[in-house]
Every structure is written in structure tokens, then in C-alpha cells.
Design a protein around this ligand. Structure first.
Ligand SMILES: C[S@@+](CC[C@H](N)C(=O)[O-])C[C@H]1O[C@@H](n2cnc3c(N)ncnc32)[C@H](O)[C@@H]1O
Length: 222
């Protein structure tokens, strides 16, 4: 379901020759938000990073260009991967990978840091977190944003279950996706169970009147 939705969206953008504008910052909530940007990643110069669910690849390219990070950027949707290659395939320091991030994390050379801007919420935590533990060095960091209050104004769940949502992407019919929208306490519990220590959880509010709130979670692999 999720792969299909993002593939459809990517195809829509490819068909129209849509190019992402180069970001001057990482927007963990929504494009243009006033969140903490790349600062939460610390000093990433020369470090190996994985962008999980990179979409069009703009943040991976930004971190390689502006912060000298060495970034692998993976997406499971072929059209998103194509978009990333088309726009940023020649940026030094970035490698775009097509595939499931969980499979990749079991095969890769461990990373110093894995980050995800609204990618990790599409994966079952019991599936993704053991793989992330395997794919990070001890002491490596995991930084990710997920929904806290969803598009239908529903608060986060306090039980480990996904919810079905429809996302309204510009120019398209609503698309069905499955997302894990969990309370901060539940994220902390499940991260702790899988060998991570939560360092910080921040709430990111969108524009006035937008009910959606995001969580930005920083954790460290034991
Ligand atoms: C909301 S989009 C975010 C894209 C990008 N991070 C951004 O901020 O623009 C979520 C992305 O996660 C990708 N994704 C979902 N499940 C994935 C998986 N198992 N492995 C890799 N990518 C995945 C989707 O294809 C989609 O491109």
C-alpha cells in the first residue's frame, strides 16, 4: 500500500518534470517549517549517514553538499528513486539506492547515523528497529520525524498498531497509506526495547490552523 502510494506520487512528479527546490535546511515537519534543521544531527562532516525513505533525495544532497556528509539515500518506490537520481545523481558524496531500507540495514556496512524525514512511520517498529540496531555502530544515532497528530486530527496511539490514513498529495486523488502514529512514550518504550536510548523528543507545529503536529525523535544505539 505505502510503496504503491509513493510510486504513484513519484510518477506524477516525473510526468510533469517536477523538480524539488534545493532546500537550505532540513525541514523535519513540513517544508518551510522553523524546526531545528540539520543542527540536531551534530557534526556530520565526513560521517556515513543513511537517509531512510529519501523520496526525491533533496535532503541527502543538501547534507553532502553543505555538511560534507557521506550519504546513502534509500527509497523503496522506483519513481522516487528515479527522481532522486535525475535531480541529484551527480552530487559528490551521495549514493542513491533503490530498495527496502530494512533489507539494506541487514546487509550494509554499519552507519554513524541514520535519519528519516517522515519515512520511518511507514514501517512496523518491530521490523525496522532490529534492522536499525544492526545497521548502526554502537553509539550511532537515529534521528527521525513522524506524525504525532495525524491529518484527521487524531492524537497518537498508545498501543502498537498502525492506522489507515489517506494522504492528499498535491494534484492527486487521496492515496491510502498505513502509518504508525505513536505517542512519545510508546516510541520511547519500543526504542528502549530494541537497544536505543532516547535523547530528546520535540514537537513541531505546522502553520497556524494546521492540526498536524510532528514529533522529532533523537535516539542513540547502545
Ligand atoms: C513521506 S515520504 C518522505 C520522503 C522524504 N524523506 C522527504 O522528506 O521528502 C516517505 C518515503 O518513504 C519511502 N519508504 C516507505 N517505506 C520504505 C521502505 N521500507 N524502505 C525505503 N523507503 C521507504 C516512500 O517510498 C516515500 O518516498
Amino acid at each position: 500500500m505505502n510503496r504503491l502510494a509513493w510510486t504513484v506520487y513519484g510518477q506524477f512528479q516525473l510526468d510533469r518534470g517536477f523538480r524539488t527546490s534545493d532546500p537550505d535546511q532540513i525541514h523535519w515537519g513540513t517544508p518551510g517549517d522553523a524546526g531545528p534543521g540539520a543542527g540536531v544531527l551534530g557534526d556530520i562532516g565526513g560521517k556515513r549517514l543513511l537517509d531512510l525513505g529519501c523520496g526525491g533525495g533533496h535532503y541527502a544532497a543538501h547534507l553532502a553538499r553543505e555538511h560534507r556528509a557521506v550519504v546513502d539515500a534509500i527509497d523503496v518506490a522506483p519513481t522516487q528513486h528515479q527522481r532522486a537520481l535525475f535531480q541529484y545523481g551527480d552530487v559528490p558524496g551521495v549514493r542513491f539506492l533503490l530498495g527496502d531500507a530494512v533489507d539494506h540495514l541487514y546487509r550494509c556496512e554499519p552507519y554513524d547515523l541514520v535519519y528519516s524525514v517522515h519515512g520511518l512511520g511507514y514501517l512496523h517498529p518491530h521490523h525496522s528497529l532490529p534492522a536499525l540496531h544492526r545497521g548502526l555502530h554502537p553509539g550511532g544515532r537515529l534521528v527521525f520525524s513522524v506524525l504525532h497528530t495525524d491529518f484527521h486530527r487524531r492524537p497518537p496511539s498508545s498501543s502498537l498498531e498502525p492506522r489507515q490514513l489517506t494522504v492528499q498529495l498535491k494534484g492527486l486523488e487521496p492515496l491510502a497509506v498505513q502509518l504508525w502514529v505513536l505517542s512519545p512514550q510508546l516510541w520511547e518504550d519500543v526504542l528502549t526495547d530494541h537497544g536505543f536510548t532516547v535523547e530528546a523528543v520535540d514537537f513541531l507545529h505546522r502553520q497556524a490552523g494546521d492540526p498536524v503536529v510532528d514529533q522529532l525523535i533523537q535516539a542513540c544505539r547502545a
